[in-house]
Design a protein around this ligand. Structure first.
Ligand code: GTP
Ligand code: SPV
Ligand code: MN
Length: 623
């Protein structure tokens, strides 16, 4: 529980609490709230007043989710110099924000799962802190943290507004930059509050930018607290997933924990509908780690020869997919309302659909600009003469002009090929899971797992190169199961078991594939053109899903395309042979290299996955 009674006595100032309670009344925002649920109105007031009594803001501002309000916040940020207006002709209503250089990516070392039990609740892949320890550290830090500032209360809804699979939350923050971003990436405001009142469920996030002191940076998750509806407290960061609490913190870390208890799945996955010339649409989801191709695949533009034949792709989600079992299938929805996408290497050549969707109403964070205030980043189609780098300094050609984890925040409604099912609250039936990541060696362009169990093992064994999306070394191999290692809010061994259980509940579970756009040749060059060309791989996957491609080759790791019949566009057979090659000896090494990671879960690691592991090993040894 997260109530006034649960906090250590010395952490609650009753007088201040009473004062703020008067300011924290939501009943005036919408008559529906108290009609639906009078207790809810009281609950939200009490939580807001409680946070205020610690953080002691100058005032409390409830976000209603109107355009006027967004414009006023943007104007305020411009006036104080935090947002810079970009070229209004080329990028209308779009802005540049420069974050503190010490705060440019998620910081996993500061990210905790907090429970009232033991470290085992969080498992070996998460940091853990006892709830009471975390409460006393965080509420001490929070004391007076918002003095002289406005405290915004942002109600948001995750999922189509009428969906019974949707879920609400509030983020209480002193950062207007966070508010304007949340207004783009989630459905904010009174409508969200009403749905929360109706569903009587609300995740609570508390965020304060404070002084951005890295040693006091905490992103703490309490899945058990707040009536089991989850509490998040984030201090001393104002960047991305550390601060936009609806995203990785709520829609993944808290949601994975709820999903396990309630029998559904919250995944770090993109989701698209692939339309074939016949008009048939197949829904495919893909889990690739941060900065490893989700947004790009979700926005895929089929190459001309396939597009003219009638191949199309419709976007549902670019980052997170929630999936619920229904009539034996998994039905996917996108909890989000906008993109928070990687800017570098987004170009008309690689991702024209992204370029078209970010031309207006977009906030760019940590990109460079040219002398006309057009945004610029590495990999853009043309390089301007004069560039100001992401730090605001003249760019002299050394290093990166834009930060490698610079991002765009943009409304999903602006995406040119948004699926007509995007707002469908029942979701779409997911036919395939694609696992993948950056892997210069070993993993073939695509192969299909023999069974759900083997697919779960393949997901669990993902070992891929790290990227700039999280602080730390880039390009180092690490285990990142289901691309969800940083985002599962409980013991990942139980997450694997949950996957096994879910598959068994479904009569028609998604088929599981492993893809790798990033295999390199002897010269260190990518062998596969990637981006739009990945449609050829999706085409094969769809053929497998529908039982139309029957000549796949059985290998020790799964079904690989037949090189003779695989449609690879302009990529010739010789390269395809290398791209589809399965090196049994190297795979045995991979099994060996991953074993300590799987063993780190001890007894909790599912037996059925060990069985799958040893049967794959046996097949590789025989080969
Ligand atoms: P997050 O938003 O951090 O979760 O990342 P993401 O998974 O959405 O990755 P995104 O699609 O933004 O891609 C990240 C980087 O990978 C960008 O620099 C892309 O240009 C690059 N990339 C994406 N798809 C491909 C591909 O098919 N081939 C190659 N070579 N690079 C790709
Ligand atoms: C990721 O790191 O996977 C992102 C960026 O999508 S952030 O929102 O910062 O988590
Ligand atoms: Mn992305």
């Amino acid at each position: 529980m997260f109530t006034t009674e649960d906090l250590p006595g010395d952490l609650l100032d009753k007088e201040l609490y009473g004062k703020y309670l008067k300011e924290a009344n939501v009943k005036g925002l919408s008559a529906k709230i108290s009609v639906y649920n009078n207790d809810f109105a009281d609950r939200i007031s009490s939580i807001v007043a409680l946070v205020a009594s610690h953080a002691r803001p100058e005032k409390i501002v409830f976000i209603r989710g109107t355009e006027k309000e967004q414009n006023e916040l943007i104007k305020m940020l411009i006036d104080e110099g935090s947002l810079l207006r970009l070229n209004p002709e080329n990028y209308p209503n779009s802005y540049l924000y420069r974050s503190n250089p010490n705060d440019v990516a998620r910081t996993e070392k500061d990210t905790y799962i907090c429970t009232s039990g033991t470290k085992d609740d969080a498992g070996p892949t998460n940091n853990w802190m006892h709830t009471s320890e975390a409460y006393s550290r965080l509420f001490t830090l929070l004391k007076g943290a918002m003095a002289g500032k406005a405290m915004y209360v942002v109600p948001y809804w995750l999922g189509p507004i009428d969906s019974r699979y949707g879920m609400g939350g509030i983020e209480i923050t002193d950062s207007p930059y966070v508010v304007v971003n949340l207004n783009i990436i989630t459905r904010t405001g009174t409508g969200a509050l009403e749905r929360m009142a109706e569903t009587n469920r609300m995740t609570v996030g508390i965020h304060s930018t404070m002084d951005l002191i890295p040693s006091n940076r905490y992103i703490c998750h309490f899945p058990e607290e707040n009536r089991g509806q989850g509490l998040i407290i984030s201090l001393n960061s104002n960047y991305g997933g550390n601060a936009l609490l609806s995203k990785k913190c709520h829609a993944l870390r808290i949601a994975t924990s709820m999903a396990r208890n309630e029998g559904w799945m919250a995944e770090h996955m993109m989701l698209i509908g692939l339309e074939e010339p016949s008009g048939r649409i197949t829904y495919l989801s893909g889990a690739f780690p941060s900065s490893s191709g989700k947004t790009n695949l979700s926005m895929i533009e089929p190459p001309e020869e396939l597009a003219s034949a009638g191949w199309k792709s419709w976007l549902i989600s670019d980052d997170i997919t929630w999936m619920h079992p229904h009539n034996g299938r998994l039905m996917g929805i996108n909890p989000e309302f906008g993109f928070f996408g990687v800017a570098p290497h987004t170009s008309y050549r690689t991702n024209p659909n992204a370029m078209d969707s970010i031309r207006k109403n977009t906030i760019f964070t940590n990109v460079a600009v040219d002398s006309d205030m057009n945004p610029y980043w590495e990999g853009m189609d043309t390089k301007p003469e004069k560039i100001t780098d992401w730090l605001g300094k003249p760019y002299n050609g050394e290093g990166n002009a834009a930060h490698p984890n610079s991002r765009f925040t943009s409304p999903i409604s602006q995406y040119p090929h948004l699926s007509k099912e995007y707002e469908n609250g029942r979701g779409v039936p997911v036919s395939a899971f694609l696992y993948g990541g950056r892997r210069g060696d070993l993993i073939p362009l695509v192969y299909e797992a023999y069974s759900w169990e083997e697919g779960v093992l393949i997901g669990a064994m993902q070992r891929v190169e790290t990227t700039a999306a999280a602080e730390g070394k880039v390009g180092v191999l690490r285990n990142d199961p289901m691309a969800n290692r940083p985002f599962v809010g409980y013991n990942m061994a139980d997450y694997f078991q949950h996957h096994l259980d879910m598959g068994r509940k479904l009569t028609d579970p998604p088929r599981i594939f492993n893809v790798n756009w990033f295999r390199k040749n002897g010269e260190g060059k990518f062998m596969w053109p990637g981006y739009g060309y990945n449609t050829y791989v999706l085409k094969w996957i769809s053929g497998r899903v529908h039982g139309e491609i029957k000549d796949a080759v059985k290998t020790p790791i799964g079904f690989v395309p037949n090189v003779e019949t695989f449609d690879s566009g302009k990529v010739d057979r010789k390269i395809m042979k290398d791209l589809l090659h399965v090196d049994s000896k190297a795979y045995l090494e991979e099994l060996k290299a991953t074993k300590p990671f799987l063993e780190s879960f001890g007894e909790r690691f599912p037996d059925d996955l060990w069985k799958a592991y040893y049967s794959m090993k046996e097949r590789l040894e025989k080969n």
